[in-house]
Design a protein around this ligand. Structure first.
Ligand code: ADP
Ligand code: ADP
Length: 222
C-alpha cells in the first residue's frame, strides 16, 4: 500500500531530515510514527500524502510513484489519502457541516448525495447534532473529530494524521484513537504521528521510530 525506497528528504539547502528510509506498509495496517519533535514525522506523512516530494528515492502509494504521477492521476491519489495535519485547517467562517462538504465540492456529486455523505461522515466521528455549529463552538477533541470527518468523507484507502491527540486530555485523546480504530477496522490503512509515548505504550501497534539521524521499524510491541 505504501513503500519507501531509499528516500531522502531535505528542505532547500538544508541537511537531510530523512536519509535512506526504507519500509513498506501493507493494506489495513495501523502504524504509529513516533519520535521527538523536529525529527521528521510530519515530513514523512507529507511525503505519503503527496504534499512534499522526496529529494531522492521513491515513495510509492497504491502502486503509484508519487514523484512520477501526471497531473491526471494526482487528484485521484490525493483522494486516496485522507490527510489530517497538525493545525487542522478548519474554516471558521462556516458551519461544521460545510467544512465536511468542502472536499466533496470538487468530485461532482449531486448536492443530495454530497450532503448524505457529509452527514454519514459526521455521524461516524460522533458529531451528529453539531452540524450547524461553527467549529469554534466545538471543543478541541470535537474539532479534531471534525477534521477526521472531512478527511474521510471521500472514503480514502489511507488515513494519515499528524499529532491528532496533541493538546487533548486523556479521555478525548482516547476517543480520537477509537475513531481511527473504527476506520482501520473497516480496512482503512492508518498512520498516526505522535510523540506521546504514553499513548503509544497503551496501544500495541507497529511503530516507526524517527530520531535525528536514525530510523527504526520497531515492529509491533506488546
Ligand atoms: P516532526 O513532525 O517530527 O516534528 P517535521 O517533519 O515537522 O518534524 O520537521 C523536521 C525538520 O524539518 C525540522 O527541523 C523542521 O524545522 C524542518 N522543516 C519542516 N518543514 C520545513 C519546511 N517546509 N521548510 C524548511 N524546513 C522544514
Ligand atoms: P446547500 O448547499 O444548498 O446549502 P445542502 O445539501 O448542503 O444544500 O443542505 C441543505 C441545507 O440543509 C443546508 O442549509 C445545510 O446546512 C442543511 N443540512 C444538510 N445536512 C444537514 C445536517 N446533517 N444537519 C443539519 N443541517 C443540515
Amino acid at each position: 500500500m505504501i513503500q519507501f525506497q531509499h528516500v531522502f528528504k531535505s528542505y532547500g539547502q538544508g541537511a537531510n531530515i530523512l536519509a535512506d528510509i526504507n519500509f513498506s506498509i501493507a493494506p489495513g495496517e495501523f502504524v504509529f510514527v513516533s519520535g521527538p519533535s523536529g525529527a521528521g514525522k510530519s515530513t514523512l506523512l507529507k511525503l505519503i500524502g503527496g504534499l512534499e516530494a522526496p529529494t531522492r528515492g521513491s515513495v510509492i502509494v497504491k502502486g503509484q510513484h508519487m514523484d512520477q504521477i501526471g497531473s491526471r492521476a494526482r487528484p485521484y491519489l490525493r483522494r486516496a489519502v485522507g490527510v489530517i495535519l497538525q493545525n487542522m485547517h478548519l474554516l471558521y467562517d462556516r458551519s461544521a457541516f460545510e467544512n465536511v462538504m468542502l472536499p466533496l465540492a470538487v468530485i461532482g456529486l449531486s448536492s443530495d448525495k454530497a450532503a448524505a455523505r457529509a452527514r454519514a461522515a459526521i455521524a461516524k466521528v460522533g458529531l451528529s447534532g453539531k452540524e450547524q455549529l461553527n467549529p469554534i463552538a466545538l471543543s478541541g477533541g470535537e474539532q479534531q473529530r471534525l477534521a477526521i470527518a472531512r478527511a474521510i468523507v471521500n472514503k480514502p484507502a489511507i488515513l494519515i494524521a499528524d499529532e491528532p491527540t496533541a493538546n487533548l486530555d486523556q479521555a478525548s485523546a482516547q476517543k480520537i484513537l477509537e475513531v481511527f480504530r473504527d476506520f482501520n477496522r473497516v480496512g482503512v490503512t492508518t498512520l498516526i504521528a505522535s510523540h506521546d509515548l504514553e499513548l503509544l505504550r497503551r496501544h500495541a501497534n507497529r511503530t516507526l521510530l524517527i530520531e535525528p539521524g536514525r530510523f527504526k521499524d520497531l515492529g509491533t510491541h506488546a
